[in-house]
Design a binder for this molecule. Structure first.
Ligand SMILES: NC(=O)c1ccc[n+]([C@@H]2O[C@H](COP(=O)([O-])OP(=O)(O)OC[C@H]3O[C@@H](n4cnc5c(N)ncnc54)[C@H](O)[C@@H]3O)[C@@H](O)[C@H]2O)c1
Length: 700
């Protein structure tokens, strides 16, 4: 028998134990091991009950995703489940930590389930664009009813052990020690003479799973499911749960295969793997030997500083938040309190948790208080001289092996590092607002940044449960370079050529972005972009027309929602973007000054130009080695800039379009529109080789 599934007898209880670190993924070896263990148990007449448990932190995170693209080798999970269900003795699953996907499907094929109080159970397959394919869509409705099953699989979110018990998914919640509780449960089954109870033999309760109920369930997830199709496969599968079990699983199996083959699933799985890959950096060994981070000093208690402070306090770290202005520090504290108050209101944290976290954040007006921090993050105004001064002071008081990071979004990290005596320990940690929420963390590697500093920065990302992408120190790093030179710039050009802000936004929202570019600018403040570009132009300039509309709006004090006017106008206190004829006039005047002919523009052209511009600049970013992998760029755009995840990110999307076609369209626009459309030589090269960004990433 394989080592990763062990079998032992504890009196009348046969214990099958999975041990496949790190997450007890159910791969071929586990399935084979389980099948062997069941055979072994069947040959032991003294065994009266079988208990399935696992080692490590969780029961099982599900099937091994790396096996998804290959035909499943026997025994399949269904075969193993079938054998468990037909066992002559009752089978019990003991769940701790998490039972997700295939892990929960396995547990549902057992006759009984007990769970530790903190355990969570879920079927998150929809986040990968697939439906459960090992009986999940057939057994869950039999256990908790069709409607609740539809809701749970549709959301993909795990539920607590308590909720699982209320629904009927779990038979008993164990308050104390799980193995002990599970053994007691097994002994009770024996004493009470309770035998096997196959889930497949139950009937499905369908109350609430009618047209109205289904519509309601879909509405509740409409934001997450925008542009998606997996839900239609799921609906059919749950409907099939009304059939006899063997027919239902056959339908499920077919639908699961179909969902796996959709472009949507390929894209979602690409992003899933890309997010795992991006933390790995060539030449940087896993940051195990890097310094433990217990205490963090954050300098600047503004928007970003307060958000970063919360991110660290949430990760149970001590924070010292330093500002040089008393009023600013008080404002920062106020902002932190407001954010926690709203988290309590939304049920994300309890009052006690919030109090504890807030107590970890201490304020100070003295830079000297940064001296005993393990890590210092600077988030003062975006001003090179000011930042240099702050960093060199920090450098002079902080022991030299500790990391110093800047949250700059535009300035040269290399130059900032050179203002200190230890450029090797200086890197950029580019958080995105709101810093306590946004998953993306761009780690900027200055020319002097040492591998150790980079390793520590990667460790910081892990600590904060953020997704790190390493960028070289260049104009706009990865995300802002592509946004400014590609996406948003093209969106502005389309306005100059005759499209309205509303048309551009709606076209891109229909493509899948959560919010169109002009609405994003109005929300984040148009002046923020203008100021950033002033800084960036000190690195490199850009020829006109480059954000002429936005810069004029800033000049006019039309800064977006915060002033009630920007690309749109807003009723007092309102958030609804309303068209403004004044903006139209401004845009028309700017077009006329540049002799740009205004015309009707189709939504299709808007989307094509904005996305191709993004792809073209993305290819330049790769060619200039600002990003190491195309998939890193996809992570930046899906986790930080609202690019629809189900399209896989701009570079994956380019591959799906075919680079030959992409190159041809870029050349077409270059002829028409000039400079900003100069084709990235890298795309031309890959297209000529009939290759793709994905292939380039996997070039070994
Ligand atoms: N706002 C964003 O969306 C965003 C996103 C990413 C990165 N950034 C970057 O983060 C940094 C901070 O931005 P912000 O929006 O939080 O700015 P902010 O204006 O809200 O806050 C800056 C804070 O720094 C303080 N400060 C100024 N000089 C100081 C000094 N010498 N010592 C201590 N504190 C000092 C100010 O009092 C203020 O509280 C900038 O570098 C910015 O480019 C901002």
């Amino acid at each position: 028998m394989s080592k990763i599934v062990a079998f032992e007898e504890a009196g009348p209880i046969g214990v099958i134990r999975l041990d496949n670190p790190p997450v007890n993924a159910i791969n071929h070896a586990v399935r084979a091991g389980l099948a062997d263990a069941v055979t072994l148990a069947a040959n032991r007449p003294d065994i009266e009950v079988l208990l399935i448990t696992s080692a490590g932190n969780l029961f099982s995170a599900g099937a091994d995703v790396t096996e998804f693209d290959r035909p499943m080798q026997d025994p399949t999970q269904q075969m193993v489940e079938d054998r468990l269900e037909r066992a002559r003795v009752p089978v019990v699953a003991a769940i701790h930590g998490m039972a997700l996907g295939g892990g929960l499907e396995l547990a549902m094929a057992c006759h009984y389930r007990v769970a530790e109080r903190n355990a969570r159970l879920g079927l998150p397959e929809i986040t990968l664009g697939i439906i459960p394919g090992a009986g999940g869509t057939q057994r869950l409705p039999r256990l908790i009813g069709a409607r609740a099953a539809f809701d749970m699989i549709l959301s993909g979110a795990p539920i607590s052990a308590r909720d699982a018990q209320l629904l009927g998914l779990v038979d008993e919640v164990v308050e104390g020690n799980l193995p002990e509780g599970a053994f007691q449960f097994c002994r009770r089954l024996i004493e009470d003479g309770l035998g096997p109870r196959p889930t497949s033999e139950r009937t499905v309760q369908t109350h609430g799973f009618d047209e109205a109920g289904i519509a309601e369930a879909l509405r509740a997830q409409s934001r997450a499911l925008k542009g998606r199709t997996t839900q239609t496969f799921l609906l059919k599968a749950i409907e099939a749960a009304r059939l006899p079990f063997s027919e239902g699983v056959a339908v499920e199996s077919q639908l699961a295969q179909q969902s796996l083959a959709t472009p949507e699933s390929q894209a979602l799985r690409h992003v899933f793997f890309a997010e795992r890959e991006c933390g790995k950096v060539k030449g940087i060994t896993q940051p195990t030997e890097s310094r433990e981070i217990k205490r963090v000093a954050i300098i600047g208690a503004g928007t970003m500083g307060s958000g970063i402070a919360i991110a660290f306090a949430d990760a149970a770290r001590e924070v010292i938040l330093i500002d040089n202005a008393e009023a600013a520090l008080a404002r920062g504290r106020g902002a932190i309190q407001t954010i926690y108050a709203s988290a309590i209101k939304r049920g994300r944290v309890t009052q006690e948790m919030a109090d504890e976290r807030m107590s970890r954040i201490k304020g100070s007006l003295a830079l000297a208080d940064a001296a005993d921090a393990d890590l210092v993050i600077e988030a003062v105004f975006e001003d090179m001289d000011l930042k240099k001064q702050v960093l060199s002071t920090v450098d002079s008081i902080l022991p030299p092996e500790r990391l110093i990071a800047s949250n700059t979004s535009t300035l040269s990290v290399t130059e900032l590092g050179r203002s200190t005596a230890h450029p090797d320990r200086v890197s950029g940690l580019h958080f995105f607002a709101p810093a306590q929420v946004t998953k993306l963390l761009e780690i900027v590697r200055g020319a002097g940044t040492s591998p150790e500093a980079l390793a520590t920065a990667l460790k910081v990302a892990k600590l904060l449960k953020k997704i790190p992408v390493v960028a070289a120190d260049a104009f706009g790093f990865i995300g802002n370079r592509m946004m400014l030179d590609g996406y948003f710039r093209e969106a502005e050009l389309l306005l100059l050529e005759g499209a309205s802000p509303m048309q551009v936004d709606m076209a891109l929202e229909a493509f899948g972005f959560a919010m169109g570019p002009q609405r994003v600018s109005d929300l984040s403040g148009i002046d923020v972009g203008t100021k950033a570009r002033i800084q960036l132009f000190q690195r490199e300039s850009r020829p006109d027309p480059y954000f002429v509309i936005a810069d004029h709006l800033t000049e006019l004090g039309r800064l977006g929602q915060k002033t009630g006017r920007g690309f749109y106008r807003y009723e007092t206190g309102g958030r609804e973007a309303l068209p403004d004829p004044e903006v139209t006039k401004l845009i028309e005047a700017l077009s006329a000054e540049r002799a740009i002919r205004r015309r009707e523009i189709s939504d299709q052209e808007i989307v094509e130009r904005c996305i191709l511009a993004l792809i073209n600049v993305g290819a330049m970013v790769l060619d200039e080695a600002i990003a190491a992998r195309a998939s890193d760029i996809d992570v930046v755009w899906t986790s930080g800039y609202g690019f629809p995840r189900h399209l896989g990110g701009p570079m994956f999307y380019a591959d799906a379009l075919g680079l030959g076609r992409v190159a041809e369209r870029i050349r077409h626009y270059h002829e028409k529109l000039g400079y900003y459309w100069r084709p990235a030589p890298f795309i031309e090269r890959l297209a000529a080789e009939r290759s793709s960004f994905t292939q380039w990433d996997h070039r070994g």
